[in-house]
Design a protein around this ligand. Structure first.
Ligand code: CA
Length: 226
């Protein structure tokens, strides 16, 4: 889900795009002229802005130029057909992409997805952060928290939890877990995984009253999302 600002003075287009974006589960805010759009874009945080070029009060290119002095919110420009100069100027002024009117909604939605994905920021960070049943594993920070409380895990415990969370709802057998956590050249007891699982259960399940990792008898382990 993303929070998207539509700056567009043509009410029919704005309404149509708003409905489609909301249908996809996004939060949508609209502005009908450039001045209001710029104020909103500066005062609030959006994941993406759809910005028409031809706008009353302040045109889209000017809105973009002023916005870029302070913020790098992804912007997709809505340009009139064949307005080549608008496209060039828009990209020069810091637009991430543009789409020509009239556009197919599927194309706009596809471009929005690309712009959101490309723009690291919060969304990129979100992909390196997994949450299952209240347990959050942040890959970038190498951090695990439960209900906001940090949990100290050793490197291998962290790796094991990572693999199980990454493969949630998939039963992972001991050998696969051992190869991933300890490396393929690991020579040692296969019950090492059982040992790590026990440690993780002590640190997470016992402490927070959870049942995070489920034992699948004779096979291995799985983390099931509740
Ligand atoms: Ca317009």
């Amino acid at each position: 889900m993303a929070r998207i600002l539509i700056v567009e003075d043509e009410a029919k287009i704005a309404r149509f795009v708003e409905l489609e974006l909301k249908h996809e589960g996004n939060e949508v805010v609209k502005a009908a002229d450039g001045r209001i759009g710029l104020d909103m874009a500066l005062e609030q945080d959006f994941d993406l802005i759809l910005l028409d070029v031809m706008l009353p009060q302040l045109n889209g290119l000017e809105v973009l130029r002023r916005l870029r002095q302070r913020k790098d919110t992804p912007v997709i420009m809505l340009t009139a057909r064949d307005a080549v100069m608008d496209k060039v100027s828009g990209l020069d002024a810091g637009a991430d992409d543009y789409i020509t009117k009239p556009f197919a909604i599927e194309e706009l939605l596809a471009r929005i997805r690309v712009a959101l994905k490309k723009h690291g920021g919060t969304l990129q960070a979100a992909t390196n952060r997994m949450e299952i049943n209240g347990v959050i594993l942040d890959e970038d920070r190498h951090e695990v928290t439960v209900n906001g409380e940090p949990v100290e895990l050793t490197h291998r415990e962290f790796e094991l939890l990572y693999v199980l969370m990454k493969n949630k709802n998939i039963v992972m057998d001991r050998e696969k877990l051992m190869n991933t956590v300890c490396g393929y050249d690991y020579v040692g007891e296969t019950n090492i995984i059982d040992v790590y699982v026990r440690y993780i259960r002590t640190k997470i399940d016992d402490r927070f009253g959870l049942k995070l990792i489920t034992t699948v008898r004779g096979v291995g382990y799985v983390i099931r999302e509740n």
